[in-house]
Ligand binder design. Structure first.
Ligand SMILES: NC(=O)c1ccc[n+]([C@@H]2O[C@H](COP(=O)([O-])OP(=O)(O)OC[C@H]3O[C@@H](n4cnc5c(N)ncnc54)[C@H](O)[C@@H]3O)[C@@H](O)[C@H]2O)c1
Ligand SMILES: [Fe+2]
Length: 398
């Protein structure tokens, strides 16, 4: 564990029921004309017009870019930036899941620093100028992107999901209103919820874990373990939705300040090549990767196991860590998450790209934060083992 830490978060976080209403005031403190980055689903649900009403009441003009689709690309970033400049906006509001928030983060940085978004990957180019003020409003309880300094954008020229991390990508304001997530369909609740759980677990077991992030990761794991299934089973259960929004926010703050690890490193290439939603591609890997990593993080996985089963307090750490792996598998089963084969990915095609995916995973830097650092060959073997992984099979957990 590190004994020195810098902790970054948004300047302002407005969390709770009715927090959405605060967007008018927050925007009026930062500009006169807002570009809302959102998508057609948010527009159809009425969230975009509700946002514009709050802005009108605060004397802030607005226009919307609704071109974002899941797993955002450099093309949406270029289109949104063009609209921002053409409409002479001075503040950005993202309203949607992680895809809208990540698109807005990229526009906020490019709007003052210029260049191509990929230039900022691996800190090749540092955003020296303050980004455009960005107010992030998540509608999923998942990515925690509203409180992270990362953006994930697909490079359309080589199908690489670029993980780009610098302080400038941190939104200035996060507005987290759990009511916005109540309209999420079951599959979105499942995928985004497992993403949040993966963030909390990976932040906690990371080689870059530190005490400032640990408490947030623990709280997030506890909230998500107890509330993801209830939120999935009854989307109108507002206690569960509130707990999930808080858990996802805390998990985002935790991993942004420690790191994600092997699951995320391996998940991004699957998302880029096979267009699997981010949370599902994490879930398809999570139990097998935890099993691979277990020996190097027994005590920490035991803490997770004890959240799943309170009666495991009398178990040894090894036994409780096994409970964690089995319980994560069972959760994926209960949430009806498919494996890679079940998603319809052709086996030969998948095997042919495992080498490229392993190379891309290692290049992202995330696997190097894993408690057990994998080789290229081990990552390839993990990919192949996950292809038809059975979430129902407990025999693989030793
Ligand atoms: N920057 C970060 O720190 C970070 C962290 C994790 C993931 N990500 C990225 O975030 C993206 C995924 O974001 P996501 O999981 O939130 O999904 P998403 O933003 O792609 O949304 C998934 C679908 O759910 C719909 N949706 C969202 N909220 C809804 C609601 N309240 N009601 C009904 N439908 C709703 C969207 O319109 C979309 O069709 C990926 O590109 C992933 O790589 C970023
Ligand atoms: Fe994630």
């Amino acid at each position: 564990m590190k004994n020195f830490a810098t902790f970054r978060s948004p300047q302002t976080i407005n969390y709770g029921q009715k927090a959405f209403k605060t967007v008018g005031k927050e925007a009026s403190l930062r500009g006169k004309k807002a570009l809302i980055i959102s998508d057609n689903v948010m527009n159809d649900l009425g969230y975009v017009s509700e946002c514009r009403d709050y802005l009108v009441r605060a004397d802030v003009e607005s226009v919307a870019y609704l071109g974002v689709k899941s797993e955002p690309t450099d093309e949406y970033v270029a289109q949104g930036l063009e609209k921002f400049q053409k409409e002479k906006c001075d503040v950005i509001i993202s309203l949607g899941g992680g895809s809208c928030i990540d698109t807005a983060k990229a526009i906020a940085v490019l709007g003052t620093n210029g260049g191509y978004i990929g230039d900022y990957m691996g800190e090749k180019k540092i955003a020296a100028r303050k980004p455009i003020a960005h107010i992030a409003i998540p509608t999923t309880a998942g990515t925690g992107s509203e409180a992270t300094d990362a953006t994930i954008i697909t490079n359309t020229s080589n199908d690489v999901k670029m993980m780009i991390k610098q302080p400038a990508f941190m939104p200035e304001v996060a507005i987290v209103d759990p009511a916005l997530s109540a309209s999420s369909p079951k599959s979105v609740t499942a995928a985004t919820g497992v993403d949040a759980l993966s963030h909390a677990i990976e932040a906690y077991i990371s080689r870059r874990a530190h005490p400032m992030a640990d408490r947030l990761a623990l709280s997030a794991m506890e909230l998500i373990v107890h509330n993801l299934k209830p939120a999935y089973e009854d989307g109108k259960n507002m206690n569960a939705r509130e707990a999930m929004s808080l858990g996802a926010l805390q998990a985002g703050m935790a991993f942004s300040n420690s790191s994600v690890c092997l699951v995320h490193g391996m998940s991004r290439p699957i998302g880029a090549l096979f267009h699997v939603p981010h949370g599902f591609s994490n879930a398809m890997l999570l139990p097998a990767v935890l099993e691979f990593s277990k020996e190097a993080c027994i005590e920490r996985l035991a803490d997770l196991g004890r959240f799943f089963e309170s009666e495991t307090t009398n178990l040894s750490d090894t036994e409780a860590a096994n409970v964690a792996v089995i319980a994560v598998k069972k959760l994926c089963l209960d949430l009806n998450i498919p494996n890679l084969k079940g998603w319809g990915i052709d086996k030969d095609l998948f095997v042919n790209v495992t080498s490229k995916m392993a190379t891309d995973a290692l290049a992202s830097g995330s696997p190097q934060n894993n408690p057990r650092v994998p080789t290229q060959k081990e990552i390839e073997e993990l990919y192949q083992g996950c292809y038809d992984y059975q979430f129902s099979d407990e025999s693989k957990v030793r």
